[in-house]
Design a protein. Structure first.
Length: 232
């Protein structure tokens, strides 16, 4: 029952330069993902897929393997996560190594820890899922989302909920962008990380932050400090 953690970390990042190895509270942000995977004691291999020598060096320093360099084709702005995972798995297969389970763990997910990785794997295995990943509740009901028209007037996307009480609307969630556990056979067959047999873990809003710009980065550091303080 071999398991691999795959951390995709390309060198190019336009909105936050060198994002994957930028210092997050005095440590390269990718180090948090590597250390969580290692500390979980779940994986036969914790690897980083990168096209960048500096990222590879830092990844190895914190305990990951970099058995091969990512292809130029899968290091541009258009390569998908699935493309990268398939390239990695094909490269391992060429070396005669195969895995039953995989976990795609993003390099900018400092809130991930060994415990949630263990929980995700337990759900994947015990409930016989194709995949498992964490989600966050939307902070406001999406049924009452507003669109701005060309003339700057507004309309609801779902006009029928104009007068519906918030507490009567169905709760909605979004991908936390942290990791995906997946069973190898259905993933390689369907080439999808979300299927009709996917389960999620609902996490606290303090335990995640999408990081796309410097403001997001500052918010993530603040949330991390608050979350860490609360746990103490």
């Amino acid at each position: 029952m071999k398991k691999v953690a795959i951390i995709p970390a390309r060198g190019g990042s336009k909105r936050i330069p060198r994002k994957n190895i930028k210092s997050f509270l005095n440590k390269p942000i990718i180090a948090y993902s590597i250390e969580a995977a290692v500390e979980s004691a779940l994986f036969d291999e914790v690897m980083v897929s990168t096209d960048d020598e500096e990222i590879a060096s830092i990844a190895q320093k914190f305990g990951a393997q970099v058995p091969f360099i990512r292809s130029e084709k899968n290091a541009d702005d258009y390569a998908t996560t699935v493309d990268v995972l398939i390239e990695v798995l094909n490269a391992y297969q060429e070396k005669g190594e195969e895995f039953e389970y995989g976990c795609c763990l993003y390099p900018t997910a400092p809130f991930v820890n060994a415990s949630i990785l263990q929980e995700g794997f337990s759900l994947l295995k015990e409930n016989n899922r194709d995949s498992v990943f964490p989600v966050l509740p939307f902070g406001f009901p999406i049924q009452r989302a507003i669109k701005i028209k060309n003339d700057r007037s507004i309309a609801l996307f779902q006009q029928e909920h104009l007068h519906t009480r918030s507490q009567d609307l169905e709760r909605s969630y979004h991908d936390a962008g942290q990791f995906y556990w997946f069973k190898m056979e259905p993933f390689l067959e369907k080439k999808k990380l979300w299927t009709d047999n996917t389960e999620v873990i609902v996490i606290d809003e303090l335990k995640a932050q999408d990081i796309d710009n410097p403001v997001d980065w500052a918010l993530a550091e603040l949330k991390y400090k608050l979350a860490f303080h609360e746990e103490k």
